[in-house]
Design a protein around this ligand. Structure first.
Ligand code: F6P
Length: 361
């Protein structure tokens, strides 16, 4: 019986378990493969006793559950793997050990469900001869070559629900609510949440903002009788000529800086230029946790089935993706070329501007 491995890398997001379930079920039912679940991302291929067989029975009931039953790690980069001995930290390249472990486990292929960081690692390992296929995952929706990633839709729904709640309290108190959403260096979550939740201002990384224009929009609204305003700020937004708001450098082996704090800065600036009270809400990891919505469950299931088909068709080094209504695949070499940014002169940004939403430009 052919064996395939599966791991989830990087930050979790709603829909991971739905992919794991679909892989375990279709591998077994359609191809009679055995699926080995690898725990805690690439950690599970470095440390001992971190694998388990995933039969269809094992994945029963996990479709609606948030997070990942396999656990994840956004610190386990095999090319810069941190080993802590007491307080001493050693950084080593363990990629060759990982490849040996994949051989030792007898895996004909490894499914990596990950965001840009994990997919870059996957591509590097593939180039070294590792039989890898990818599934794109992130609430940020920043992965090239797929129209959308699973997890994004649920995150937007969660943030939109939060905006609905903030509207009523803002209106009662005649306040301005500034809401910070995730998204790292792209503004997809902010844009869709802002439009879906009826925001008045949306600030995204792709459009550096002018705070004077934001204040004017808010003051104009007040003059025309609006009792409150909602400002959605993407964590990666920055003022024209200004810097990103970073909460701290990569912690304990994390590969990326931690963004955050821009909403407080924007809130403070708005407080100076209006007479209204300002309150700031940071949604944070609420956007990542919890049950996936129907859209993400379905997309995750389609991705899970398709990635097993890639293995069966020997399309190693590829990632499943959504193009329009169809599930397709693309070489990992294409995926790692950059990030998918929000287009600023077409589509939803322009539609939003047509209904008076301000982007600080
Ligand atoms: O990439 C997903 C994401 O949730 C980003 O939107 C956010 O900046 C980051 O991960 C937070 O990472 P952590 O869970 O390490 O704080």
């Amino acid at each position: 019986m052919k064996k395939i491995g599966i791991l989830t890398g990087g930050g979790d997001c709603p829909g991971l378990n739905a992919v794991i379930r679909a892989v375990a079920k279709s591998a077994s039912l359609k191809y009679n493969y055995e699926v080995i679940g690898i725990e805690d991302g690439f950690d599970g291929l470095v440390l001992p006793n971190k694998t388990r067989v995933l039969t269809p029975r094992e994945v029963r009931g996990i479709l609606p559950i948030g997070g990942t039953i396999l656990g994840t790690s956004n610190r386990a980069n095999p090319f810069e793997y941190r080993i802590t001995n007491n307080i001493k930290v050693e950084v080593r390249d363990v990629s060759k050990e990982i490849i040996k472990n994949i051989e030792f486990l007898g895996l004909a292929a490894l499914v990596v469900i990950g965001g840009d960081g994990s997919l870059k690692i996957a591509y590097e390992l593939f180039k070294m001869g590792c039989p890898i296929v990818g599934v794109p995952k992130t609430i940020d929706n920043d992965i090239l070559a797929t129209d959308v990633t699973f997890g994004f839709n649920t995150a937007v729904q969660t943030a939109t629900d939060a905006l609905d709640r903030l509207h009523t309290t803002a209106e009662s108190h005649h306040r301005i609510m500034v809401v910070e959403v995730m998204g790292r260096y792209v503004g997809w979550i902010a844009l869709e949440t802002g439009v879906g939740g009826g925001a008045d201002v949306i600030l995204i990384p792709e459009i550096p903002f002018d705070i004077v224009k934001v204040c004017k929009k808010i003051n104009d609204r007040k003059k025309s009788g609006s009792k409150s305003s909602i400002v959605v700020v993407s964590e990666g937004a920055k003022p024209i000529g200004g810097e990103l708001s970073v909460m701290g450098s990569a912690e304990k082996g994390g590969s990326a800086e931690r963004l955050g704090g821009i909403a407080n800065k924007v809130g403070a600036e708005i407080a100076k230029c209006t007479e209204m009270e300002v309150r700031v809400t940071v949604l944070g990891h609420l956007q990542r946790g919890g049950t996936p919505n129907a859209f993400d469950r379905i997309l995750s299931t389609r991705f899970g089935v398709a990635v097993v088909d890639l293995i069966a068709n020997k399309q190693l080094g590829e990632m499943v993706c959504l193009k329009g209504q169809k599930i397709e695949s693309v070489s990992l070499s294409e995926v790692i070329k950059g990030q998918k940014k929000v287009p600023t002169e077409e589509g939803l940004v322009k539609a939003a501007e047509s209904i008076g939403i301000n982007f600080g430009r």
